[in-house]
Design a protein around this ligand. Structure first.
Ligand code: DP6
Length: 357
C-alpha cells in the first residue's frame, strides 16, 4: 500500500499557516521490533493521552530555490536537531506530498508536558506534522472525501515519522498492526477500536512518575533493531499477539484483574527484551523497581486495580480507573519520596485537534 501521488503539485504556489495539537500515547501492548519501512513485528494497542500534547504550527511560503528550506523553533528557540529530523521525515514522504519541495517552512512547536522529563515526544510531534501536511493537502487539493480518509492517511504518514505516532491520530484507544479477525487492522496505519470500549476505561488515568529525566540511553529505533537478533524474538511476537487478543477481550468485558496482568507483563517483557539483546541494556533505575514494589504492595492491601506500564525508559506510568483517582492519590503521594519531579496527571483523551489560527 502507498499514497504516492505525483498530482499533488501546486500550479500557483500558496502561502499559509496551519496548526494541530496532537497527543502522546501509552502502549499497553507494546510495539517492539519492526521490519522494512516501519512495518511492526506485532500488533500493538495504546491509550491516547489527553494532556501530554505537542502543539505545532507551520508557516509556509513558496520556496525561492526549488528545494524546501526548513526552520524549526522549539519553545520559541531555533532547534537544528529537530530541523534535521523533520527534513529526514519530509524526504521520506516526498512522493506522498511532492508539494513539499515547492515550499519553505517555519515550524513552531512546543510540548504541553515538560520536555526535560524523558517522556517520548516523537509520537505527538510526528503525528502533529502528519496532520498538518494532510491538512495542507485538504485545503489546496480537496482530495479527501471523508474525515475517515483524512485520518487514515495522516496515520499512514505519521507511522513513517515514528511507528507509535500512527496511533496518536485516534482518541481513546487505538490499535496498529494486522491481526486476523479484526477488520481493517493494518500494518500501515492505526485505527480506532471496532467496538464500544467498556465504560470502566472511560477517562482511564495515566499518572506519569518521572524517576529520571535524562535523555534516553537507547533510541527506540536502535532498540527495535536489537530485536532482529534477540534469541527470544519469535516468542515475543507470539506473546504480543496473545496479549493483544486478550486485551481486546478485556477492553470489551472490563476485566481489570486481567488488564493489570497484561499491562505489567508487556512492560516487563519490553525491558526483558532489552536485557536479553546483544549488547544488553538495563533501562530501569533502582527506583523503578522500588516504585513497582510499592505499587504491588498497595494493590494487595487495597484491592484497587492500579498497575504500571513502562516505555523504553525508567519512568513509571501508573494506570488506574477514573473512579479510583481519589484513593490512588495516597499512593502517588507516597511515591514522592522517590523523585523531586512533579507527577504528570494524565488520562485517556479524545485525540488530535486542529488549532484555530
Ligand atoms: C516502547 O515509535 O518511538 O514506546 O518507529 O523507531 O520511531 P520508531 O519507534 P517508536 O517506538 C515506541 C516503542 C515503545 C512501545 C510503543 O509505543 O508501542
Amino acid at each position: 500500500m502507498n499514497y504516492n501521488n505525483p498530482n499533488l503539485i501546486f500550479t500557483t504556489v500558496p502561502s499559509g499557516k496551519t496548526g494541530w495539537n496532537s497527543p502522546s500515547n501509552i502502549a499497553i501492548v507494546k510495539y517492539w521490533g519492526k521490519k522494512g519501512i516501519q512495518i511492526p513485528s506485532n500488533p500493538s494497542l495504546s491509550f491516547t493521552l489527553n494532556k501530554s500534547m505537542t502543539e505545532t504550527t507551520v508557516e509556509f511560503i513558496p520556496t525561492s530555490n526549488n528545494s524546501n528550506n526548513l526552520e524549526f523553533y522549539f519553545d520559541g528557540i531555533k532547534n537544528t536537531k529537530f530541523a534535521e529530523k523533520t527534513s529526514t521525515f519530509f524526504n521520506r514522504i516526498i512522493d506522498i506530498f511532492p508539494f513539499i519541495n515547492q515550499l519553505d517552512f517555519k515550524i513552531f512547536s512546543k510540548n504541553t508536558f515538560p520536555h526535560s522529563t524523558g517522556i517520548a515526544s516523537s509520537a505527538s510531534g510526528m503525528s502533529a506534522l502528519a496532520l498538518i501536511l494532510c491538512d495542507i493537502e485538504n485545503q489546496f487539493f480537496n482530495t479527501f472525501k471523508t474525515k475517515e480518509e483524512f485520518y487514515k492517511k495522516a496515520s499512514f504518514v505519521a507511522r513513517l515519522g515514528s511507528g507509535s505516532a500512527c496511533r496518536s491520530i485516534y482518541g481513546n484507544a487505538s490499535l496498529w498492526g494486522h491481526f486476523d479477525g479484526i477488520n481493517n487492522s493494518s500494518d500501515f496505519y492505526a485505527s480506532e477500536l471496532p467496538f464500544e470500549i467498556n465504560p470502566i476505561f472511560k477517562n482511564y488515568r495515566d499518572t506519569i512518575i518521572i524517576l529520571d529525566s535524562s535523555e534516553k540511553k537507547v533510541s527506540s529505533t536502535a532498540g527495535h533493531n536489537l530485536m532482529n537478533n534477540n534469541p527470544f524474538g519469535q516468542s515475543r511476537i507470539s506473546q504480543a499477539k496473545n496479549n493483544f487478543k486478550d486485551l481486546i477481550n478485556v477492553l470489551k468485558s472490563g476485566d481489570l484483574d486481567y488488564f493489570v496482568r497484561i499491562a505489567e507483563n508487556e512492560a516487563l517483557t519490553l525491558h526483558a527484551m532489552m536485557m536479553t539483546s546483544k549488547p544488553s541494556f538495563i533501562l530501569m533505575k533502582p527506583n523503578t523497581i522500588s516504585v513497582i514494589e510499592r505499587i504491588w504492595e498497595y494493590r494487595k492491601e487495597t484491592n484497587i486495580p492500579v498497575c504500571f506500564t513502562l516505555d523504553a525508559g525508567p519512568n513509571i506510568h501508573l494506570l488506574y480507573p477514573h473512579e479510583n483517582r481519589n484513593n490512588v492519590g495516597e499512593l502517588i503521594e507516597s511515591l514522592s519520596s522517590f523523585t523531586t519531579e512533579q507527577p504528570i496527571m494524565d488520562y485517556m483523551g479524545d485525540g488530535p485537534e486542529k488549532i484555530n489560527l
